[in-house]
Design a protein around this ligand. Structure first.
Ligand SMILES: Cc1cc2nc3c(=O)[nH]c(=O)nc-3n(C[C@H](O)[C@H](O)[C@H](O)COP(=O)(O)O)c2cc1C
Ligand code: SF4
Ligand code: SF4
Length: 286
């Protein structure tokens, strides 16, 4: 029996759901499949695997830093069949391109590329009252993910593969946003500017618990202290029940870009969209 490994990152759960369906498709094609969510565990080494899948959300029109750290750390793949899938709430930009090119540069042999929408819990949009792609992935997208798994197995078995074209790169404004959320900027500037309001923080520890990369420690009073290994996911601020955390996402310049993005996305008839209120760590539809 062939053995596949799917390494993915899922903070909100949508990439995880798609991963399960792709794995089901592979299993119907007689694969044994191991799954690894980078949020919870370190990926195993590739010895003994005949197929590698990488799943990622789009974060700021590219893959999150931890996904690229993993892909960059891979050894020479020496022709190992590999596939990529990307979840995105609005516009995925270069997220798929970047992972696919890096896998190819490592000697991976592409046997599939899949993307679909996932509910977009980016805090900047929630705070502005918008949830894009609210009910995605849909049942139809999940069925497509399962079919994709079967198709990948067929390509590994020898069915000819026509590589899908690269996605369109993001527009100038989105490229600027990507630059403003680049690793250097996040590490050197934003990471130093996360703040907690000592009067409202109850030291509940939730922010420490939900950080997907262990970037938050608790001080002697149980309040958060941020390190520099931040993804910019804003989950700590989003989930705080006391609204005690403020980050650079609240700066006027961030709100300007958010307003532009919301305007573009809400005019796009191909995107689903509902109005929400985000308060005390919870998002409610209105
Ligand atoms: C910090 C952050 C940045 C995001 N940036 C983008 C983006 O640039 N383009 C996009 O289409 N979706 C973006 N999204 C939406 C996610 O890609 C989408 O919701 C995805 O389904 C999340 O995957 P998960 O539920 O597995 O975490 C972003 C979400 C977050 C939290
Ligand atoms: S989640 Fe909020 S209240 Fe809880 S420890 Fe973190 S900052 Fe304090
Ligand atoms: S934004 Fe907060 S939760 Fe996300 S990686 Fe950075 S410190 Fe962790």
């Amino acid at each position: 029996m062939s053995k596949g490994l799917i390494v993915y990152f899922s903070q909100g759960g949508t990439t995880a759901r798609v991963t399960e369906y792709i794995a089901t498709g592979l299993r119907t094609a007689e694969y044994r499949v191991d799954l690894c969510n980078m949020k919870d565990e370190c990926p195993p080494n590739l010895d003994g695997y005949d197929l590698l899948g990488i799943g990622s959300p789009a974060y700021y029109y590219r893959p999150p830093f931890n996904v690229m750290d993993y892909v960059n750390s891979l050894p020479d793949l020496n022709g190992l069949p590999a596939f990529v899938f990307v979840l995105h709430g609005t516009y995925r930009g270069d997220a798929g391109n970047t992972i696919r090119h890096t896998l190819a540069s490592k000697g991976g042999r592409e046997v599939g590329y899949f993307h679909c929408r996932g509910a977009d819990y980016a805090l900047i949009y929630l705070k502005a009252g918008h949830l894009f792609s609210p009910d995605h992935p849909t049942a139809e997208e999940l069925a497509q993910a399962e079919a994709f798994g079967r198709e990948v197995a067929a390509h590994v078995a020898g069915k000819p593969y026509i590589r899908p074209r690269d996605d369109h790169p993001p527009s100038m404004v989105y490229r600027l946003e990507r630059f403003l959320t680049s690793r250097w900027v996040v590490r050197q500037i934003y990471s130093r500017l996360f703040r907690v309001d000592a009067k409202t923080c109850t030291a509940c520890g939730l922010c420490v618990e939900v950080c997907p990369v262990g970037n938050i420690a608790a001080d002697k009073d149980g309040r958060p202290i941020w390190g520099r290994n931040c993804l910019g996911c804003l989950t700590c601020e989003m989930r705080c029940p006391q609204e005690a955390i403020t980050t650079p996402a609240n700066w006027p310049v961030s709100r300007l870009f958010t307003a532009y993005n919301v305007c573009q996305a809400s005019r796009d008839s191909s995107l689903d969209h509902v109005r929400v209120i985000h308060r005390h760590g919870r998002t409610q539809r209105v």
